[in-house]
Design a protein around this ligand. Sequence first.
Ligand SMILES: [Zn+2]
Length: 357
Amino acid sequence: MSGDPLEIDVESAWALSQEGDRLVDIREPSEWLAGRPARSQSLPASRLAEDPAILAPPPGRALLLICASGVRSLAWARSLHAAGLPARSVRGGFSAWTRAGLPVADGHGLDADAMDRYDRHLRLPGIGAAGQARLLASRVLLVGAGGLGSPAAFYLAAAGVGTLTLVDDDRVERSNLQRQILHTDAGVGATKVDSARERLLALNPTLTIQAIPERLAPGNARPLFERHDLVIDGADNFATRHLVNDTALATGTPWAYGAVQRFQGQVSLFVPGAGPCYRCLFPEPPPAGAAPACAEAGVFGVLPGLIGILQATEAIKWLLGLGESLAGRLLVYDALAMRVRELRLDRDPACPACTGG
Ligand SMILES: [Zn+2]
């Protein structure tokens, strides 16, 4: 354990990392609970094994690998050294690091359950422990626990969005089960929000799931929006969608829009103050009867699954500040042709809803 020329002691590693060497923590996410070496970058060994090329030192500097006790990091340093990379191993690993009283970055408050449950997120650049902690602190309101709300809520719960609130006044009917996958045959007759809450907690019991057996209405919308970071609109009617839009504008809440009919669906993200609003596209709800609901027109069962998951994708990206959002763009999906079109959405300068300010 001593005298290997590829080893370096913890104090030197700390000093060199401040001078520009790249300190890489190769432990797995499940080992981060006690914290991580300050200034280190986490690249679990299991990920390095898949793609060693992600390890590159800054020009003219070295790679300093650290693991729990210094055994795995030495093996990696040897193999990288053999491949021509200036890699060294931190002797004694993270236990020597903490014994020496060197600075430790916290595990962002993630407990052992979270480290295990969200392991595949923790490995992703752009998420990691900080992003996961952010998701766990996020609150999403789902308007509707039906065809769109089902897949969206399932994936938001699985991803660890810490607080999910479901608002819906319907009860589960057998004809819902062709697409509303949150509900079960045994749940027919129960309120959708209670049925949904039970299924979501079975998937992820660590979350806060609030069930509100009401219809979104002008009287309850605003306080609900104010308590959430983002809204998923899974309503099946124009009146609710316009109410979502207006309340989102009034409270500055972004919302993921989704709609399905027969074999076609569409999805976008509306962000107040940035880009168009829903009324820029559809200024007023169409007259009653002009637009048939699912119950009359029918809907291809898998279709809301896809659209709801796209809404959840936009929600998670927005909460994490990841990637390019759908704000200002409308995706139109045709299941029969298996084609997706993208339409640019522009703000209507005459829109009375979003141009007032
Ligand atoms: Zn507008």
